[in-house]
Design a protein around this ligand. Sequence first.
Ligand code: AMP
Ligand code: GLY
Length: 437
Amino acid sequence: MKENNEVIKMKNVLVVGGGGREHAIIMKLAESKHVDKLYCTPGNAGISKYAECFNVSATDIDGVVALAKEIKPDMVVVAPDDPLVMGMVDALQAEGFMTFGPKANAAIIEGSKVFSKELMKKYNIPTAFYEVFTESEKAIAYLKKQNSYPAVIKADGLALGKGVIIAQNEEEAVQAVHEMIDNLKFGKSSARIVIEEFLTGPEVSVLSFTDGKTIVPMISSMDHKRALDGDKGLNTGGMGTLSPNPYYTEEVAKECMEKIFIPTMNAMNDEGRTFEGCLYFGLMLTPKGAKVIEYNCRFGDPETQVVLPMLDADLYEIFEAVYNHELDKVDIKWHDGSCACVVMASGGYPESYPKGIEMNGFDEKGQVEGCFVYHAGTKLSEDGKFLTNGGRVIGVTAKGETLQKALDNAYGGVSKIHFDNAHYRKDIGQRALKALD
Ligand code: AMP
Ligand code: GLY
């Protein structure tokens, strides 16, 4: 620090993960007045233009701890669910590193649906009615007795976002139960299942910063989970997002703060599992009020891609405040206008798809003018070309004074980028625009 208290960029940060969410976190940290050098592991082609990348996998706890000891960052941000649930933050803190992300005993809020459902029941947090099963005969007998479809069947543990089946009839429900419990479709994650009531209403994602004492909801967002236009096709990790979500009015926000956000933070404290990090609320605005569909113990992907560009504050300062339990001292503001993200995926996603296809239209940093292009599944060829390397390839993101302008800007970016068999939804934001009418 200089004598006149002028801040000089001197902090080095390691981000663990390698998708669009991590790219968005890195580009926001790059704006911080504190951050000097950014590292990422494993990163991707787009991230490598902003951060030095390493070959250590995001789930390799010993490897990440060893890497941190070598490069000595001032802070390590653990972004994906698996390493958080596996205890990477605990392992890093044990070596004295400042971290952002919950410890394993709090990450269980995403790691076990049974845990989260029991938490909500115990603390009266609104959610769908449910039962837990470990034996398929009992689960099937329950389904037959309820005889109510669609039925929602969820694997207890992490399942790459694919552990939720909405069964339209008894046949589909029985098949899902057998696949999960008897055939362990998601390994031990589906040895236990939750069967819950089917809820209806618009969905809203609300990410929040919390240090266990204060909870600050971020600007709301809307995901588009299905692969095809008109919300058809298979469920994916998310084909596009926008922010803010027009269904999330001030009145709904107040209700959620009082009945869901603060009670959840307090419940985790009461359980001796203080949550420090980004707590994600997947909400459904049902005719009977807002209910929790799911908790995530991390930034959502691709929600982060439309939330962080709207943040009018220093992300490094927020992360540091969460670690020091001083979140109440930070002024967190949001930009006016809207932000939209259109995911360009490989043809065939979310089923099988090719990798290694050359991409065109980028500048040397993997960007296009007027947009933030957050890379998810990309790599560089030996001669420096951008190649596809995953199902969701990039999230083309743009801001605008209105949602329509943000969407026009994002789709304008999409039209400049080409790779064979690229697949993207043409209707991101259409439902939200209708809600604004
Ligand atoms: P999740 O992986 O828990 O986010 O669930 C995936 C999607 O399934 C959610 O975004 C909802 O669209 C849907 N879903 C989950 N639980 C329910 C429910 N109880 N009622 C209706 N839809 C649900
Ligand atoms: N986009 C939903 C999630 O991150 O789980």
